[in-house]
Design a protein around this ligand. Structure first.
Ligand SMILES: NC(=O)c1ccc[n+]([C@@H]2O[C@H](COP(=O)([O-])OP(=O)(O)OC[C@H]3O[C@@H](n4cnc5c(N)ncnc54)[C@H](O)[C@@H]3O)[C@@H](O)[C@H]2O)c1
Length: 316
C-alpha cells in the first residue's frame, strides 16, 4: 500500500513507519520537525528509517498551499494523520498554537486527502478528550464536552471535523484515541521519560499531585499494532480507544521503574496542576470487537525494554 503518515518523524509516527516499511508498504512522511522537543531526536528517528520506499516531506500542515503543492500528483491508498502540537501543559501556555496545528492543520490534511482522492483516513485521537468524565473506564460514546485544557479541546474539535468530512465527502475516518503511550523513542516531555531519566541520573522527581492519580500507560508496540489493524479495516466513521486497559497510579508506576532500574526515587511533591485528568482508563471492548485488538505488553515488560533503550540511547 501507499501510505501518507503525517507527524512521521515523531515518537508514534516513526515507530509506525518502521512497521509499515517492514511490511513492504511505500510511505510518505509529512513533518515540519517542530522544536517542541529536541529536533535531533526527530532527525535521528528519520535517519534510522532510511529506505528506498520512504519519502520525507518537510512541510508544516498549517501551510495548506505548500502542503497541496508538495502532494500534488501523488497517489495514496491511506492517510494516517498523527501530526499535532502535543503536551497538555504547554497547551495551557500557548493555546493558539494548538488550535492552529491541531484544528486548522487537520482541516488541511482532510482537504489534501479529499483532493488526492484518498478514501481512508486514520486519525490520532487522545484519551485527554474524556477529561474527568464519569464513568470510568471511558467508553467511546461518552459526550466529551468538557475538555480540561486547550490540547484536549483541539483534539476533540479535530474529531468533529473528521466527522463532518465523513458526512459531506464520504471519507472513511477511524479515530483512535491513544492512552499515555510509552516505549523506545518516547517523548521527552512525558512522565515515563522524565521519571526514567531522573532515576538513572539520580535527579529529583518533581511530582505534581499526591501520586494517586492513575494513567492507562500503553506500550508503543500495542499502539502500532492497533493502527495497522485500523488501516486494514476501514469503517465509515468510528472512534476507537487504544489503551492497555490496566491503569496504574503514578506512585505504582514509579515503584515499577525503581525495581527495574534498581534505584530509589527522590520525589518532591508539588501541588496538583489544573487542566489534567485525574484518571485515565480505556474501555477497549470496542477495539476488541471491531479490530480484534487487545493490549499484549505488560507494564513490567514494556518498561524493562524502555529502560534498556534509554540507557543505550539517552545516557552519556
Ligand atoms: N504519545 C502519547 O501518549 C499520545 C497520546 C494521545 C494522543 N497522541 C497523539 O498521537 C500523535 C503523535 O504523538 P507523539 O507522541 O508521537 O508526538 P510527537 O511530538 O513525537 O509527534 C508529532 C509529530 O508531529 C510533528 N508536527 C507538529 N506540528 C506539525 C505541523 N504543524 N506540521 C507538520 N508536522 C508537525 C512534530 O514535528 C512531530 O514529529 C499526536 O497527534 C498526539 O496528539 C499521543
Amino acid at each position: 500500500m501507499k501510505i501518507l503518515v503525517t507527524g512521521g518523524a515523531g515518537f508514534i509516527g516513526s515507530s509506525l513507519i518502521e512497521e509499515l516499511l517492514k511490511k513492504g508498504d511505500k510511505v510518505t512522511c509529512v513533518d515540519n520537525f517542530s522544536d517542541y522537543y529536541d529536533i535531533l531526536f526527530k532527525k535521528e528517528n528519520i535517519r534510522r528509517l532510511k529506505n528506498k520506499r520512504l519519502r520525507v516531506l518537510n512541510v508544516d500542515i498549517e501551510d495548506r498551499a505548500r502542503l497541496m503543492r508538495l502532494l500534488k500528483g501523488l497517489h495514496f491508498d491511506k492517510v494516517v494523520h498523527l501530526a499535532a502540537r502535543v503536551g497538555v501543559r504547554n497547551s495551557l501556555k500557548n493555546p493558539d498554537l494548538y488550535i492552529k496545528t491541531n484544528v486548522t492543520g487537520t482541516l488541511n490534511v482532510l482537504e489534501a486527502a479529499r483532493e488526492m482522492g484518498v478514501k481512508d483516513v486514520v486519525f490520532a485521537g487522545s484519551s485527554s478528550v474524556y477529561g474527568n468524565d464519569e464513568p470510568i473506564p471511558s467508553k467511546e460514546d461518552a459526550p466529551c464536552l468538557k475538555p480540561l485544557n486547550p490540547y484536549a479541546m483541539s483534539k476533540r474539535s479535530a474529531e468533529l471535523l473528521c466527522y463532518t468530512y465523513h458526512m459531506i465527502y464520504g471519507l472513511n475516518v477511524t479515530i483512535l484515541r491513544f492512552f499515555t503511550v510509552y516505549g523506545p523513542k518516547g517523548r521527552p516531555d512525558m512522565s515515563p521519560y522524565i521519571f526514567t531519566q531522573s532515576l538513572l541520573t539520580g535527579k529529583k522527581i518533581n511530582l505534581n499531585g499526591d501520586g494517586r492519580a492513575t494513567r492507562d500507560f500503553t506500550n508503543i508496540k500495542d499502539i502500532v499494532r492497533g493502527i495497522t489493524l485500523a488501516l486494514a479495516k476501514p469503517f465509515g466513521y468510528e472512534i476507537i480507544n487504544l489503551g492497555a486497559s490496566r491503569p496504574v497510579s503514578i506512585k505504582k508506576f514509579i515503584s515499577v521503574l525503581e525495581k527495574i532500574t534498581g534505584k530509589k526515587a527522590k520525589i518532591k511533591y508539588l501541588p496538583s496542576l489544573s487542566g489534567e485528568s485525574r484518571n485515565t482508563y480505556a474501555d477497549t471492548s470496542k477495539a476488541k470487537k471491531l479490530l480484534g485488538f487487545e493490549s499484549k505488553i505488560t507494564l513490567e515488560a514494556g518498561l524493562t525494554e524502555f529502560v534498556d533503550w534509554f540507557k543505550a540511547n539517552r545516557l552519556g
